[in-house]
Design a protein around this ligand. Structure first.
Ligand code: MV4
Length: 496
């Protein structure tokens, strides 16, 4: 049995893990950098230890200091959260070899899924649909040209060691190929230390749908249904939800089956997420596997009623999964908004400083996962996410409404935030209808938002059309929504 856990992370996810520890009667040990003295996670944990200076590379990313501390303070397990060392197979191997339990998958599974070409090969073998393309790295321009011709343009060049957006280039024709090939290789070498790249057919305007899976160490696999995560900007997710309004029962059945097969293919255990792209015809393709707990896990928790972090800890303690697949049900609808410290009216300029005023929303079916409190410092050193607001409703419409209500009673002073942009997205036609895809923010919503906020973007026709659209929208708004803007004026006057 696990008696004490070291949490190798900070912010809201560290707080989330501390909460699960407390509910299980497990001692929680937090680590912190010099920039995080007095941070919420250090206050809430049973024990807190300074591990280094503000720079992540010398604190939260320092494998040696974390493992050394874990031994000194006698922990039974390490929970890595997400980011930092969570998917570092070298770190996981070090933890495994030290006799301390890693709360997550084996270093072997993580390593396997780290190479995108190896992962594609494995998925193909296990009948998990992959995007048309190569499963081996391309060695030369001429070889690449041949493959691209076979696959058909447009294609996407991707770094084998990549993931999350870096080391990717679209190629629309043969004439662009050579230059794209060379620059993707250079970027890949620089970012990941490997020149290996491969080719995929470009899926245009897909949706990003992922499936939460969980497995124990005895070969029992379960899925916890899907999350729709297409609302993103520059590979940073903004809004996630579950269920996806785009899936029908048959597609849901086949995508969750594919996810289980993907997990089985790499002998996965603990919690993980299988990412897919889905085209307009509901064809889906394996993209990558995230071998960690994800930022957006709460939407799955609210819809299934399963505490994912608790399950992670129980699995790492050697327990079997306590529920059958049939017992996992999707009830209602949940939406997560990521509250970022950035100024959405100034081109999303990062905003740092002291949270001079901070009041979270509340009420029924509203959850806020935050790693901050009033007085906390938002620094340049870490992720700009202030918190996550997760709301549940009986229907998707109820969940959207409740999220808008909760956003309106979220008062943040001292640093800028993206709340007005989140509201803009939630109120947009494209989101309401569920017609959004991975390009909707960058190709449509951002422009419309900038026009509404600053009134000086785009050409004359676009401006006129947008102003007219904004007027029509405003005139149709219900009373409850116009009251929101008054509240926000008060907030602006008082605290910003
Ligand atoms: C793609 C794609 C379209 N077609 N692959 C982006 C990050 C990396 N994990 C894979 N990504 C993509 N791969 C093919 N064949 C579009 C993206 C993509 C994307 C995927 C998921 C979520 C957001 C995205 C934003 C831009 C591009």
């Amino acid at each position: 049995m696990i008696r004490k856990i070291l949490i190798a992370n900070r912010g809201e996810i560290a707080v989330r893990i501390i909460r699960a520890c407390k509910e299980l009667g497990i001692i929680s040990a937090a680590v912190y950098s010099e920039a995080d003295k007095g941070a919420l996670h250090t206050i809430l944990a049973d024990e807190s230890y300074l591990i280094g200076p503000a720079e992540s590379s010398k604190s939260y990313l320092s494998k040696e200091s974390i493992i050394k501390l874990a031994k000194e303070i006698n922990v039974d397990a390490i929970h890595p959260g997400y980011g930092f060392l969570a998917e570092n197979s070298e770190f996981i191997k070090l933890v495994e070899d030290s006799g301390i339990k890693f709360i997550g998958p084996s270093s072997r599974s993580v390593k396997m899924m780290g190479s995108k070409t190896a992962a594609r090969k494995l998925m193909k073998k296990h009948n998990v649909p992959i995007v048309k393309g190569t499963t081996e790295p391309i060695k030369s321009v001429s070889e690449g040209l041949n493959y691209a011709g076979e696959i058909g343009y447009p294609v996407l060049l991707k770094a084998s060691a990549g993931g999350g957006g870096k080391g990717m280039r679209k190629v629309f024709s043969e004439t662009e190929f050579e230059a794209a090939f060379e620059s993707t290789r250079r970027e890949s070498l620089k970012a990941f230390g490997s020149e290996e790249i491969y080719i995929e057919k470009l899926i245009e305007n897909p949706k990003h749908i992922e499936v939460q899976i969980i497995a124990d160490e005895y070969g029992n696999y379960r899925h916890l249904f899907e999350r729709e995560c297409s609302i993103q900007r520059r590979h940073q997710k903004i809004i996630e939800e579950s269920p996806s309004s785009f899936l029908d029962t048959a597609t849901r059945k086949s995508i969750t089956e594919a996810a289980i097969n993907a997990a089985k293919a790499c002998e996965y255990y603990n919690a993980g997420t299988v990412e897919f792209l889905m085209d307009n015809d509901k064809n889906f393709y394996f993209l990558e596997m995230n071998t960690r707990l994800q930022v957006e896990h709460p939407v799955t928790e609210l819809v299934t009623g399963i505490d994912l972090v608790r399950e992670q800890i129980l699995i790492a303690s050697g327990e079997k999964i306590s529920f059958t697949q049939d017992e996992v049900k999707q009830a209602g609808s949940a939406i997560e908004c990521r509250i970022y410290a950035e100024d959405s009216s100034q081109g999303f300029l990062p905003s740092t400083g002291k949270l001079k005023f901070y009041k979270e929303p509340g009420g029924p079916n509203v959850r806020v996962d935050a790693g901050v409190m009033e007085g906390s410092e938002i620094s340049i050193y870490y992720d700009p996410m202030i918190s996550k607001l997760i709301c549940w409703g009986k229907t998707r419409e109820d969940a959207v409404n409740r999220t808008l209500r909760a956003l309106d009673e979220y008062f943040i002073g001292g640093v800028s935030n993206n709340i007005s942009f989140l509201k803009f997205i939630l109120e947009s036609e494209i989101f309401k209808k569920g017609n959004h895809n991975i390009n909707s923010v960058e190709q449509k919503l951002l422009k419309e938002f900038e026009i509404e906020v600053t009134g000086n973007q785009g050409n004359e026709f676009e401006k006129a059309a947008a102003i007219l659209a904004a007027h029509i929208k405003n005139s149709k708004k219900e009373k409850v929504l116009s009251a929101h803007s008054n509240l926000n004026k008060w907030r602006d006057l008082l605290y910003e």
